[in-house]
Ligand binder design. Structure first.
Ligand SMILES: Cc1ncc(COP(=O)(O)O)c(C=O)c1O
Length: 373
């Protein structure tokens, strides 16, 4: 089917304003060097922070799971899809995060669009950081609750908004902001949550495996008790954990509630064995061995950044595309990020650092950036 004229115009408009998106298919593994159309590029665009996406232990765990359990789960968790592997991973995740229980979702996007609408509905109030990830924003929209957006990390603005009373209230925030790499002011947010009796949903997508002494995330980094009664934690398994999927952690009661009310959990086929086994292997590995996290932080410190996400703000979408193209021509794969992912006028190159980058990789990246900017 061809596109109707008005949709073709939409694409033309995106092309003319530097906002057009297209796929670039890489060949081979997601390492610090990636292959594209026969050439090698230094990869500064992956969330494979610890290099686990191609770790031999995860690969072996996946292969073994396929041999024992097959390739598909065959049904949703509530039908026949709930396998011993899912249960083992959920137990490992709950232990890892220091919570009573956890529940797997098929992705971080699924988790956020499932959890928020199950907790909140019409007539309720959500407080959302203006730079929250799209999946949190979509979760808020789907819930039909009224969403008040507070200025980025501005807890005074949040407090001002919290004076709006309502029966059910929820604060939602990334803990590491996905396009900026800064941390939310979680200790203050939790104080406000206690003071105003509000629930808090934190998205630890970019913090799991990266922040905290044991890699449990920003909640651990700030020493917030995991079993805090107002705290709901979600995180993803497809970034630092090198696999795919997501989890929500909290009390047994919360997990029971989500199993019963979360549509993106109920109405979808369960994660397949290979993926679940790889996630479990990743959790077991990072629980025992902090060395990959230490290598990652050595690189982050060398770069002088507060997290492995390093934004280089350019401004206009077109200029950002031009810079990305120049970097690409010099062998650096660094993703241009444009609206609507980031606010108008703040288009940027988003660099991500990994444990598997060598000092030479980092130096080369800085050198090329200096040439291009
Ligand atoms: C903060 C944040 N939350 C959620 C997600 C969605 O996770 P997933 O890729 O597993 O759908 C992402 C990125 O993809 C993210 O950056």
């Amino acid at each position: 089917m061809g596109l109707p004229e008005h949709l073709k115009h939409t694409l033309d408009h995106l092309r003319q304003s530097g906002l057009y998106r297209f796929l670039k298919t890489v060949e081979g593994e997601q390492g610090p060097e990636i292959r594209y159309q026969g050439k090698t590029y230094l990869n500064f665009s992956s969330n494979n922070y610890l290099g686990l996406a191609n770790h031999p232990l995860l690969k072996e765990a996946s292969i073994e799971a396929v041999r024992k359990f097959g390739t598909g789960s065959g049904a949703s968790r509530l039908i026949t899809g709930s396998m011993t592997l899912h249960e083992a991973l959920e137990k490992a995740l709950a232990d890892f995060k220091g919570c009573e229980a956890s529940l797997l979702f098929n992705s971080g996007y699924h988790a956020n669009i499932g959890v928020i609408p199950s907790l909140m509905g019409e007539g309720d109030l959500i407080f959302s950081d203006e730079l929250n990830h799209a999946s949190l924003i979509d979760g808020c929209r789907l819930s039909k609750a009224k969403t008040l957006v507070y200025r980025h990390n501005d807890t005074e603005h949040l407090e001002h908004m919290l004076k709006n009373n309502c029966h059910k209230r929820l604060i939602v925030t990334d803990t590491v902001f996905s396009m900026d790499g800064d941390l939310c002011s979680l200790p203050r947010i939790m104080e406000l949550a206690d003071q105003y009796d509000v629930l808090v949903l934190v998205d630890e997508a970019h913090a799991t495996g990266v922040f905290g002494k044991k890699g449990r995330g920003v909640v651990e980094h700030f020493g917030i008790p995991s079993h805090h009664p107002r705290l709901i934690q979600m995180g993803t398994l497809g970034k630092a954990l090198g696999s795919f999927g997501a989890y929500v952690c909290g009390s047994n009661e919360l997990i029971d509630f989500l199993i019963n009310r979360s549509r993106s959990f109920i109405y979808t086929t369960a994660l397949p064995p290979a993926v679940v086994a790889a996630s479990k292997a990743a959790i077991d590995l990072i629980f025992k061995d902090q060395s990959l996290k230490e290598k990652l932080w050595k690189n982050v410190t060398y770069f002088g950044a507060p997290s492995p996400i390093v934004p280089v703000i350019i401004g206009s979408a077109q200029e950002t595309m031009d810079v990305a193209q120049k970097l690409f021509e010099k062998g650096i794969w660094a993703q241009p990020i444009r609206p609507p992912t980031v606010p108008e006028g703040t288009s940027r190159i988003r660099l991500t650092l990994m444990a598997t980058h060598t000092k030479e990789h980092l130096d080369r990246c800085v050198h090329v950036l200096e040439m291009v900017l």
